[in-house]
Design a protein around this ligand. Structure first.
Ligand code: GDP
Ligand code: CA
Length: 312
């Protein structure tokens, strides 16, 4: 069985690990969000790709959900001693090596998809991980800066430095309209038996992937089942509500399904707390959706697969 899933960082990666447990023989292709990518200290950092790679490859800091296990921060401290920041973005020593290899390969002319494949050679995540595009796409957020003035900041500055505490006036994936899907993305979707949307951020993770021309249309031609990242009108983790508010979508399992739309989503898994949710044109099922441990997560992925097979 061939499964394709678009994914952001933490929520996506944890779901994918459950999916591997639920469907050990499946051939899984992950289309990774690159809208969170940022250049820091001259290095290209791809947080969502790395979170998926480290989580599935056994190198993730489990408590944190991002970054490497057994990490130290000597390089970051030394940079700060020179007055070189930003200090708000946590890059550990082990993690730095990944970004150095990536930046070196990009500078040598390799596209991001080839670089990601090379990095995965080491981590062996057990899935094929493809960035949504080899073209640079960066999510920017327009805010009224607490330090003065309305300005557009990189998504990471809003998310990590400001913890989304300042309302977003708008969120834009810069470069998405001109971006082409990376080699293999559309082919994988076309060949998929099942498409699953993990409980990733619907705006800045899945939404950004869908903004690359051709990808939404390719998904629309398939049976797609999504897992709600919203339980009982709040995100389970993180600040997805701030992103939904920025695009005028209510923070509820129903509103997120409605936002994806019945042209895209065929089935939608919601938590038992949202069992009464109905969305015209979309088959809704309720299950416990907290990814509290590997078995609970595998059960969620299994339920999504069952629903997809039923609707196919
Ligand atoms: P990001 O790059 O860190 O934003 O990672 P994702 O976009 O992949 O995941 C963040 C989303 O995952 C948030 O909207 C959370 O609400 C959702 N999420 C995190 N943990 C859980 C969980 O246990 N269950 C469900 N249903 N959603 C979750
Ligand atoms: Ca992300």
């Amino acid at each position: 069985m061939k499964i394709v899933a678009p994914a952001g960082g933490i929520g996506g990666a944890r779901f994918l690990r459950g999916l591997q447990q639920a469907a050990p023989d499946a051939e899984i292709t992950v289309i990774g969000n690159t809208g969170d990518d940022i250049s820091l200290f001259g290095l290209r950092v791809c947080p969502d790709l790395d979170t998926v790679m480290y989580t599935l490859g056994g190198g993730i800091n489990e408590e944190q959900g991002w970054g490497r296990t057994g990490e130290s921060f000597t390089v970051k401290e030394e940079l700060l001693a020179y007055g070189v920041g930003p200090g708000w973005f946590g890059l550990g020593d082990r993690d730095f090596a990944t970004h150095i290899v990536r930046t070196q390969m990009l500078a040598a002319g390799y596209p991001l998809s080839a670089v990601t494949e090379a990095l995965c050679d080491r981590w062996k995540p057990g899935v094929r991980l493809i960035p949504m595009s080899d073209d640079q796409v960066e999510t920017h957020v327009v805010i009224d800066d607490p330090d003065g003035g309305r300005r557009a900041v990189h998504f990471q500055e809003w998310w990590v430095r400001l913890r989304a505490s300042v309302p977003a006036e708008s969120i834009t994936a810069i470069g998405a309209e001109e971006a082409k899907p990376a080699p293999g993305v559309l082919e994988a979707i076309e060949a998929a038996d099942v498409v699953l949307f993990p409980p990733s951020n619907p705006v800045v993770s899945v939404g950004t992937i869908l903004a690359v021309p051709g990808i939404r249309e390719a998904f629309e031609a398939k049976t797609v089942v999504g897992v709600s990242p919203i339980i009982g009108d709040a995100p389970v983790r993180g600040m997805a509500d701030a992103c939904l508010t920025a695009i005028g979508v209510e923070t509820s399992a129903r509103a997120v399904a409605d936002h994806y739309g019945s042209g895209l989503l065929n089935g939608w898994l919601v938590d038992e707390a949202d069992a009464s949710v109905e969305v015209p044109g979309i088959e809704v099922r309720s299950r416990p959706l907290l990814m509290s441990d590997p078995d609970a997560t595998a059960a969620i992925a299994g339920a999504a697969l069952d629903l997809a097979r039923e609707l196919a």
